[in-house]
Design a protein around this ligand. Structure first.
Ligand SMILES: Nc1nc2c(c(=O)[nH]1)N[C@H]1C(S)=C(S)[C@@H](COP(=O)(O)O)O[C@H]1N2
Ligand SMILES: [Mo]
Length: 335
């Protein structure tokens, strides 16, 4: 269902959060407010004071064109409050660019994400290496507003733009031996200071994987954008997984390789500490991390005085959709 067309918005004209909110109101059909006039000039609203200096990431021309052509909303979004854009781009986990929450925003700014190509390999009938544009362009862009629950017990509501993962994977015709699919992040020490650090505890490149039935679930999503624009480098440009029912560490960023396998692939966090990070990593308030409880989470933005602690839900609140995938599994063992 195509329910909106977006105007091409220049970074000089408007801040991303306001752009985004305008588009949301447009979607909700609140016709009559100034924010809804979608003509180019009306979009040039004054930049709110608190958003001064917040960068925008319009992305390559082909992506801007595709965003402009229209983004559909399949009704799979939460209506919870979206994190302010400035928080979403300044509180990140992307260890290739440093382990501090502010490191990726600082260190990923010159990360080259265009041109970009993705190799699709392994147990499939149509393997190949594609330019990102050719990977994405055949699909209708879609918006998904989802909860990201990090294993560190914080969470954020983020509005992604991208394509359903099942549709994308099907084009490569995984064969009957394909039981898992593995996703690998770029491994470029020249651009990624975290890979050069002697203190690095992870084994690079960053790899995570899904069982095929998980990857083919309608909630599995490949994002190329956020808040109506391209993905910022620190959020995993130019393409990253969005797996709302799984802990954030499964949401692989800056993907260069997709591989279908028969055996369960080894995955980065499981390899780093298998008793702390399981292969499945489904959000589960009943299974504590060995060093902290997963029963609650801090919904960002939060502060010392307004910690904003909420209960964590099984499968991050997506149990109705995904619990059946795991009905025959002991989730305490397969965490
Ligand atoms: N390549 C790569 N992907 C990654 C990570 C990482 O360190 N490297 N961190 C993961 C973790 S732990 C989380 S919580 C999310 C954070 O996504 P965000 O920075 O967009 O909020 O990205 C995930 N994807
Ligand atoms: Mo995380």
């Amino acid at each position: 269902m195509l329910i909106k067309k977006t105007e091409l918005i220049r970074s000089s004209e408007i801040t991303p959060e306001s752009v985004y909110l305008n588009r949301r109101q447009f979607m909700k059909g609140l016709v009559g407010t100034a924010a809804l006039a979608v003509s180019g000039s009306a979009l040039a609203l004054p930049e709110p004071e608190f958003e001064k200096g917040v960068p925008v990431y319009p992305g390559p021309d082909w992506l801007q064109q595709q965003l402009r052509a229209g983004v559909s909303n399949a009704g799979m979004s939460t209506d919870e409050k979206i994190a302010p854009y400035r928080h979403a781009i300044r509180h990140n986990n992307f260890y290739e660019f440093g382990t501090g929450k502010g490191d990726p925003a600082k260190n990923a700014q010159n990360f080259v994400t265009d041109p970009w190509s993705v190799e699709v390999t392994g147990e499939c009938d149509k393997p190949g290496t594609l330019a990102l544009e050719d990977l994405i362009r055949p699909h209708q862009l879609e918006e998904r507003i989802v909860r990201l629950r990090c294993v560190e017990a914080w969470s954020m509501v983020l509005p992604f733009v991208g394509v359903p993962l099942p549709e994308l994977l099907k084009r490569f015709q995984p064969n009957s031996r394909a039981k898992y699919v593995e996703f690998t992040t770029l491994n470029d020490p020249k651009q990624m200071p975290g890979l050069r650090s002697v203190f690095s505890s992870l084994d690079w490149p960053y790899v995570e994987a899904l069982r095929m039935d998980e990857a083919m679930h309608p909630l599995a999503f490949m994002a190329v954008g956020m808040y109506g624009n391209a993905l910022p480098p620190q959020n995993g440009a130019p393409l990253r997984l969005v797996l709302p029912w799984k802990y954030g560490f499964k949401w692989v960023k800056s993907i260069v390789r997709i591989r279908f396998t028969e055996q369960m692939p080894r995955t980065t966090w499981n390899e780093a500490a298998s008793h702390e990070y399981g292969f499945f990593a489904n959000v589960n308030p009943a299974v504590s991390h060995p060093r902290w409880s997963q029963a609650t989470e801090r919904r960002l933005p939060s502060s010392l005085f307004r910690p904003n602690i909420i209960d964590t839900k099984p499968f991050n609140g997506y149990a109705d959709e995904v619990a059946h995938l795991y009905s025959d599994m002991n989730l305490k063992k397969w965490f």
